[in-house]
Design a binder for this molecule. Sequence first.
Ligand code: NDP
Length: 480
Amino acid sequence: MEIIKNYINGELVEAANGQSFDNYNPANGEVYSQIPDSTSKDIQQAVDAASDAFPAWSKTSRKERSDLMLKVADLIDANHDRLAAAESKDNGKPIKLASRVDIPRASANFRFFATAILHESTEAHQSDQDAINMTLRSPIGVVGCISPWNLPLYLFTWKIAPAIATGNTVVAKPSEITPMTAFLLSELCIEAGLPAGVLNIVHGTGPNAGQAISEHPEIKAISFTGGTETGKRIAATAAPMFKKLSLELGGKNPNIIFADCDFEEALKTSVHSSFANQGQICLCGSRIFVERSIYDKFKDAFVARVDKLVVGDPASEGSNLGAVVSKPHMEKVLGFIDLAKKEGGTILTGGNQVHLDGDLAKGYYVAPTVIEGLSHDCQTNQQEIFGPVVTITPFDSEEDVLAMANSTEYGLSATVWTSNLHKANRVSSELKAGIVWVNCWLFRDLRTPFGGVKKSGVGREGGWDVLNFFTEKKNVCIKL
Ligand code: NDP
């Protein structure tokens, strides 16, 4: 049994109450490690350590912070195989996805922000009244970072790296469902020589450890990625304390395919954007809209490709889909498939739990599922499922598809497939989403603003946006 520990004040420690709870391997449904069941007492210790570390850390030179973060990035790369295997085991995702996407991106996050701080500049405004304004930026203090289970180390480091790069100290909580790589990261931070208290990683449940972060008066800002309901709760707790908040929440993204698209490219990428990571990426296109003139052709080709996807052992290189993250999540996804049937949907493929043999018989596997025949405003097409389930719907005009695409409470991302640049521009500008991909999906440039509108969130991550989030601006006006 592996024992996960908190990382507080530079040391690996148990929860203050000595309690722990089970961590499951979704591939076989077995408990394989223990997670500290931290409470507000552990969060207090972490805040104390972060507060003590802040004065010195915030005054280190950019070069010093950058060098330390680059060391962490190098150590992530040096431990790539171990981290990828751990991520795949903890989350159920195929090892090839963890190897090619999750772990490389975790080191890239550290590298990107370690070097970004070496190139920043601040603004200056020369006034008419013989004065000059200079805008200074300083770290906020102790900040909180709370992340979800779908891209565990990838999203955890996406928050932590800009927070410490800008001179803040951090109290961070990964999801209780996928804590392992955050724990391994703490070991690497110790090895890299990150000063004690700069980063504190506290494990535990959302209502205990997570809620204690949002409630703590000394935590001045919170960067959160997760579900919309949790985001609402965090906002309700933190907003009256005037904490700075960045909320990256759920999505129900449209994937719009016009008849004039590159058919093969749209088809291939749509299979990927529907089912990568078992459909558990906030950017997956879960509602596919296809122009009527190519609807049948696209649908048949899409279903034929989906039928070839292999649901199997996450540790096997041959698996296209692994396990979904937990038993309750599998039941939630299967519940949505039942709802779709009740709402009049036709299952074109999938629609069931997949039972694997031998050691994997108790794992949480769901067949990639394609559903047609649903109205755009039914529950299946309005609520986030966050699993390997997509709907497919024909449309007749731009106006028609925009109305359906924009009809949900969410507005994270959208994908548009067309070879007509004018149409791409028109449709992109009318889509209510924070991110639009035209003729591609999940091309990520870490400099670009990342986030959603409506119930998909508030604020933007990435590039200068997140460096601004983790700093306070102060304008100094000097009379010349
Ligand atoms: P949750 O909202 O359930 O959890 C996210 C994090 O919040 C976890 O660490 C969780 O802890 C913690 N948490 C739970 N309750 C509280 C609380 N009261 N106070 C503070 N923290 C709390 O989301 P999931 O982990 O289920 O992730 C899936 C969701 O994340 C989907 O909706 C998905 O769309 C969204 N997401 C959004 C992204 C974006 O960029 N917009 C990217 C990736 C995912 P614990 O796990 O221990 O309960």
